[in-house]
Design a protein around this ligand. Structure first.
Ligand code: F6P
Length: 548
C-alpha cells in the first residue's frame, strides 16, 4: 500500500484545502441558507450540526475518497468481526461485542466469547441486585451504603464520568467514591467519608498490577482489616480484572471476581464489568440502556454510507484540520454540568489511542496523529480559555456538546442561558467581528474617530473558526451510550485512516518501567546513578529533610 501522504486522494485534499482556505464561513452562511440542513445529521436522539466547518460538498466527498483509499469500510468490518486490529498485541478490540444485544457468536482464540460476556453480565446483575436490595451484608451484618472504586485510567474515568453524567438516575441509597491517583490525600479523604461496616471496595484493574491501584487497594485493605478483621476480604472487596489469579492472591474470593478480557482495551472498558459502579448506582435496567444506546451507534457506524455516517464525519473532520490546516488541538466543550467529565474521558480515549509515532507496519509517521484534547464545561471555559479560540493565532476546532432538555425542568432560566451561551459561542467563532463592525460600535458609544480606530483594531475578531454542535435531546443512559460510542468510533476512524494502531499504548509503559528505580532511590537504596536532572531533584528532595 502507498504511503498515506503519497496517495492521490491525499494530494487532492492538499490542493483542495488551498482553495477552501480562501473562503470565509460567514460568506457561505450569508449565501447558503440550506447549509445547516446540508451539513447536519441525526442518529436517534443525537443531532450533529457540522455546518460551521471550513468545508464544501466537495470536501466531504474528497475526504470520503481518502477514507476508501485507506480501506475504512473493510477496517470497520474487521473491528466488528474480531480481527486482530491491535496488531502489536495480536488482539481484537471487541468493545462492540460487549453491547451487542443480538449476542452474535464471536470466536477469539477458538473460544466463543459471547457466552462469557453473558455470564459476566449475569454475575454483575446479581451483585447489583444483592447490593441494592440490601441482601449483601458486610461482616457485621450491615448492608452496603458506600461504594469505593479503586482504579485508574480506563478503570476509573468511564464509571466516574457516567455516574456524574447520569446523577439524575442514581439511587440515593448508595454513594460512590473514586480512588484513582496514588496521592494518599485522595484515599485518606475518601476513608474519612465512609463507614467501614457498610462499604464495598471495587478493585478495578485489567492488569491487576497497576502500581497506583495496587497501593491504594493495600491501603484500603489495611484500613478495613484494622477495624473489622481479615474477613473483610470476603464481604467488602470485589475485583474486576483480566488477571483473576492476581485478584485471588490479594485475597478476593473467586465468586467476587468479575471477568474482563484482554480484547477489551482499558479506555474502551466502560461497557464491561468495569462499569459495575455505574450499574450499582443506576440499576441494571439503566446500565442495559447505556449498552443499548452504544449498540445503536454501532449499527449506524457499520451500516451508514461514509458521507452520512456520524463517527466517520467526525473522524474525517478531525483529519481535515489536523493534517490540512495544521491544527494541533481540539477543544471539547460540554454545556452541561452533568457531562463535565466527558473532557477527561475523551482525552484518554483519543490521546491514548492515537498519540502514536509509527504506522501499523512500524514505519515512522510523518504527520501528527492526534490533536491535543482539552476543554472545560460551558460556561466556565468561556471565561477562561475561549479568548484564545476567538482571537489567538491558531485554529482550535471545538465540539460543543449541548443538551436540549434538562431532566429537571424547574430551572428553565438557567438552562436557557446555558444553551444560549453554547450556541452564541459557536456563532461567534464562525462569524467573528469585522473591523468596521467594531468601529461602528465604538462610534455609537460616542468615541472619537481616533479612539474608535484604535479600539476597533483590538476588538476585531477574525472568525472563520470551526466547530461542531453535538446536540442531545436529553441526558439519558441510552443517549450517553450512543455519544460515547460515537467518539470511540470517531477515534477508530482517525486511526484507520492514519494507518496507526489505536489499541495499544506502549508510550505509557516507559514511565512504568522507570518508576521502580527512582522509587528505590527515594527509599534510600543504592542504585545506578540516573541522569543529572533526576539526581539533582532527588538530592534537593533529601535536602528538604525527607528521609534518605
Ligand atoms: O495508563 C495505561 C493504562 O494501561 C490504561 O490504558 C489503563 O486504562 C490504565 O493504565 C489502567 O490499567 P489497569 O486497568 O490495568 O489498572
Amino acid at each position: 500500500m502507498k504511503k498515506l501522504t503519497e496517495l492521490p486522494e491525499w494530494q487532492a485534499l492538499y490542493r483542495h484545502q488551498q482553495e477552501v482556505a480562501l473562503y470565509s464561513m460567514r460568506e457561505w452562511f450569508d449565501k447558503e441558507p440550506e447549509r445547516f440542513s446540508r451539513f447536519s445529521l441525526q442518529v436517534s436522539e443525537i443531532l450533529l450540526d457540522y455546518s460551521r466547518n471550513r468545508i464544501t460538498n466537495d470536501t466531504i466527498q474528497q475526504l470520503c475518497h481518502l477514507a476508501k483509499a485507506m480501506a475504512l469500510p473493510r477496517k470497520i468490518e474487521n473491528l466488528f468481526k474480531g480481527e486482530p486490529v491491535n496488531q502489536t498485541e495480536k488482539r481484537p478490540a471487541l468493545h462492540t461485542a460487549l453491547r451487542d444485544k443480538k449476542h452474535t457468536p464471536l470466536l477469539v482464540n477458538g473460544q466463543n466469547i459471547t457466552s462469557r460476556i453473558t455470564a459476566t453480565q449475569k454475575k454483575m446483575a446479581d451483585c447489583v441486585e444483592k447490593i441494592r436490595s440490601g441482601e449483601w451484608k458486610g461482616v457485621t451484618g450491615k448492608s452496603i451504603r458506600h461504594i469505593v472504586n479503586v482504579g485508574i485510567g480506563g478503570s476509573y474515568l468511564g464509571p466516574m464520568m457516567a455516574i456524574h453524567a447520569l446523577a439524575d438516575f442514581a439511587t440515593q441509597e448508595l454513594d460512590c467514591h473514586f480512588v484513582s491517583t496514588v496521592d494518599a490525600a485522595l484515599i485518606q479523604d475518601v476513608l474519612k467519608q465512609i463507614d467501614p461496616e457498610s462499604t464495598l471496595f471495587i478493585i478495578s484493574s485489567k492488569s491487576f498490577s497497576t502500581i497506583e491501584t495496587a497501593t491504594n487497594a493495600q491501603t484500603a485493605y489495611a484500613w478495613m482489616e484494622r477495624q473489622l478483621g481479615k474477613e473483610v476480604l470476603s464481604k467488602h472487596f470485589v475485583a474486576v480484572t483480566a488477571a483473576p489469579q492476581k485478584a485471588k492472591q490479594f485475597g478476593i474470593p473467586e465468586d467476587h471476581i468479575f471477568e474482563l478480557w484482554e480484547w477489551v482495551g482499558g479506555r474502551y472498558s466502560i461497557w464491561s464489568a468495569i462499569g459495575l459502579p455505574i450499574a450499582l448506582m443506576l440499576g441494571n435496567k439503566h446500565f442495559a440502556e447505556l449498552l443499548e444506546g452504544a449498540y445503536e451507534m454501532d449499527q449506524h457506524f457499520r451500516q451508514a454510507d461514509l458521507a452520512h455516517n456520524m463517527p466517520v464525519l467526525l473522524g474525517l473532520l478531525s483529519i481535515w484540520y489536523t493534517h490540512f490546516f495544521g491544527t494541533h488541538a481540539q477543544a471539547i466543550a460540554p454545556y452541561s454540568h452533568r457531562l463535565r467529565y466527558l473532557v477527561s474521558y475523551f482525552q484518554q480515549l483519543e490521546m491514548e489511542s492515537n498519540g502514536k509515532c509509527v504506522t501499523q507496519a512500524g514505519m515512522p509517521v510523518t504527520y501528527p496523529t492526534s490533536p491535543v484534547i482539552f476543554g472545560e464545561e460551558g460556561c466556565n471555559g468561556q471565561h477562561a480559555y475561549h479568548q484564545l479560540l476567538h482571537q489567538g493565532q491558531q485554529i482550535v476546532p471545538v465540539d460543543f456538546i449541548l443538551v436540549a432538555q434538562e431532566n429537571k425542568t424547574e430551572d428553565r432560566i438557567h438552562h436557557d442561558i446555558l444553551l444560549a451561551s453554547g450556541l452564541s459561542q459557536a456563532q461567534a467563532l464562525m462569524r467573528g467581528k469585522t473591523y468596521e463592525e467594531a468601529r461602528e460600535e465604538e462610534l455609537a458609544l460616542n468615541k472619537t474617530q481616533e479612539e474608535a480606530d484604535y479600539l476597533a483594531r483590538h476588538r476585531e475578531i477574525p472568525g472563520n473558526k470551526p466547530s461542531n454542535v453535538i446536540f442531545l435531546n436529553r441526558i439519558t443512559p441510552y443517549n450517553l451510550g450512543a455519544l460515547l460510542a460515537l467518539y470511540e468510533h470517531k477515534t477508530f476512524v482517525q486511526g484507520a485512516i492514519l494507518d496507526i494502531n489505536s489499541f495499544d499504548q506502549w508510550g505509557v509503559e516507559l514511565g512504568k518501567q522507570l518508576l521502580p528505580h527512582i522509587l528505590h532511590r527515594l527509599q534510600g537504596e543504592k542504585q545506578q546513578p540516573l541522569d543529572c536532572a533526576t539526581e539533582g531533584l532527588i538530592a534537593h528532595y533529601f535536602s528538604l529533610g525527607s528521609k534518605q
